[in-house]
Design a protein around this ligand. Structure first.
Ligand code: NCD
Length: 304
């Protein structure tokens, strides 16, 4: 792993498998909790989130606490950014005050220049517009690995708002490193323009056909905050055609596993009833988020 985690470009299968193993090694004996290890008492980790977050930010905070590092929850709303200070000057101030690692979420691709400019500080990309969200992809691979033997045998179906999803971009980057059998993209064509004719996988407009053979199904939220124009399908038609529910899952195999990065809009992309199915791994993804982020912080600190 390099000095920063900006994307997964350049990562090898071995890097990813090692991170998964390290993440699992932090689980306590009964696998329901993470151990506290005072590995990095001198490290200061600051968050800089210019977009909302629950899972990503909190799990990084919990991961840092579990490792004995200090977590500084920087609040943009109460900061000098409100007085006109630039992002760059803010990050520089953080660095001068001794922040070792900054976890950054931003609607634009600003993290690459910041990481270059302030190279004595480390950076983790916690969401870059619709472009990248590498730690989420690593969590998803970790969660797949709990139920499936080999990545290379997997038939994967991704359903929903693919165009605006940084989770999908990073997942595709990750899965191409570890291998897969096939990928099917499914969703309303307004939300899948980049996936109608994509070399990585096939586009399938019918939900039931897309779900039929899948070993792994990933559902995605319509990211209304990123839509530039109104959808040409009504909410009720969308639910009718693309919602994953007990009925649409009838065609799937009993070993299929269902993912969603969260937050889930229950009643839209997923019916609430699927959350309690044994096949649904959404809660495992949230729990694994802490372990994977402990692993990422540990690896990065050992590169510092
Ligand atoms: C996602 C994100 O922010 O990209 N959430 C997450 O980090 N787990 C997905 C989303 O917002 O739909």
């Amino acid at each position: 792993m390099s000095h920063n985690l900006l994307n997964l470009t350049g990562s090898t299968e071995q890097d990813i498998l090692e991170l998964i193993e390290l993440a699992n090694s932090f689980k306590s004996g009964d696998l329901n909790e993470y151990r506290h290890e005072n590995l990095f008492p001198d490290k200061k980790v600051a968050s800089f989130f210019s977009e909302p977050s629950t899972r990503t930010k909190l799990s990084f905070e919990i991961a840092a606490c579990n490792l004995g590092a200090k977590f500084l929850d920087f609040n943009i709303e109460n900061s000098s950014i409100q007085k006109g200070e630039t992002l760059e000057d803010t990050i520089e101030a953080m660095m001068l005050m001794g922040v070792d690692l900054c976890i950054l979420r931003h609607p634009e691709s600003v993290i690459h220049d910041l990481a270059k400019k302030f190279s004595s500080m480390q950076f983790i990309n916690a969401g870059e517009g619709s472009v990248a969200h590498p730690s989420q992809a690593l969590i998803d691979l970790m969660t797949i690995r709990e139920s499936k033997e080999a990545f290379k045998d997997l038939k994967i179906t991704i359903v929903g708002d693919l165009d605006h999803s940084r989770v999908v971009s990073s997942f595709l980057e990750a899965i191409q490193i570890v291998g897969f059998k096939s990928i099917t993209f499914c969703g309303h064509p307004d939300l899948c323009k980049s996936y109608l004719d994509n070399p990585i996988g096939n586009f399938e407009p019918e939900l039931e056909t897309a779900l039929q053979d899948a070993d792994v199904i990933m559902a995605l939220r319509i990211q209304n905050e990123r839509l530039s124009e109104k959808l040409s399908i009504s909410a009720s038609d969308y639910v009718e055609r693309y919602q994953i529910n007990i009925n649409s899952l009838q065609v799937t195999s009993p070993e299929m596993i269902l993912f969603h990065p969260g937050p889930v809009n229950f009643g839209i992309e997923l019916h609430k009833e699927v959350a309690e199915l044994e096949n649904c791994k959404v809660k495992n993804q949230i729990f694994n988020g802490v372990g994977m982020r402990m692993a990422i912080l540990t690896k990065l600190f050992s590169q510092a």
